[in-house]
Design a protein around this ligand. Sequence first.
Ligand code: LLP
Length: 404
Amino acid sequence: MNYKNNNFYIEKIKAEKLIKKYGSPIYCYSNKSLVKNINNFKNSFKSFNPLICFSVKSNYNSTILKIIKGHGLGADVVSDGELKKVLSLGFKPNRIVYSGVGKKFSELKFAINKNVLLINVESESELSNIEKLAKMFKKKVNIGLRLNPNIDAKTNTKISTGRMQDKFGLSVSDIIKILEKFKNSYHIKIKCLSVHIGSQITQNKPYNNVLIKISKILAKSKFKFEYIDLGGGMGIKYNQNTKKLNYSKLSKNILKFSKKNNCKIIFEPGRSIVGNTAVLLTKVIYIKNSINKKFIIIDAGMNDLIRPALYNATHDIIPLNRKSSKNSIPHDFVGPICETSDRFLKIKSYQKINEGDNLAIKDVGAYGIVLASNYNLRPRPIEIIVKDSIVKKISKKQNLNDII
Ligand code: LLP
């Protein structure tokens, strides 16, 4: 996705043409970016050949999932819906891990019957439900124990999951207790220690701290885990100021760890696979001049992309038609929703912009469409994917009358 003669292109297609044909707002993916991310992720960690389970919650569009599966990735799911979806797309159960703090009895039952690789357990009550089901079905169920390592991932507090005050995982002492209790269990086979400390992590240190913490647990418990699941969380570069993870150092560190402990590594990346693969194309409806700033009112709203409103996330907004002219007055890009938090970006200056101009909100491939809603009774945007010069519609338009 880039400019050619000042026009923004998605692969070989001029983005403006897509708005003309399909309307706006519209999510648009690049096939090439997706494949590149998958290959980069695999290459970064090829020295220890991890099982990479794509975190389906970040994007569950069927076409996107099929591409991901086609490149050999498994799936990390968190609900009946996600599990049923990936199974229906042909993901193999032995490449599926099931996470989540509140899996219902019926959801556990379904996952056990489908023989997923691991159910990552987050509480003693969940484990006792799994044991009941295992006895009922006369099965031995493979599980992972999700550790809450009490480590701060140094990310937005709303997407931080590894501190003691967060609801996720089991404490070290609970894990030691469970290992003792279930080490000879006929129905529960503890295969994995899993951890996920948060999302949009941009520093290596929290991951290194996790490895240190896990090493200590392994030494203390003397328990042999077949897998260590290090979760996802790898951050992406949303703008110039975002730091970048050092994948090569991270990989070397994990290789050393996995050799020493003789275990296989699992990852559950979401954002780092799909985050920068899509833009949200949108049109300027009105421009309103206020005291000391311009409100640029666009046709995408917080119902289409909630990340800025929910997490104060910054997504760059670029013009589809780039000009050299500049308007040195603050611009506030806002949506049409009746909420003050329906605001995407505040920027000190922008190129001269007019009503009817077309823009792209960048890096919306992860936690974009999956968090979209019908708030203000607006239909969700459709999704399209571009591969070279081929454009494919990959989700159905919601019929306004249906949602009315
Ligand atoms: N594994 C587990 C257990 C998770 O809870 C998550 C994300 C992932 C893997 C994938 O993390 P990723 O690689 O995508 O960072 N809606 C928020 C992000 C919520 C993340 C929830 N868990 C956002 O838009 O930033």
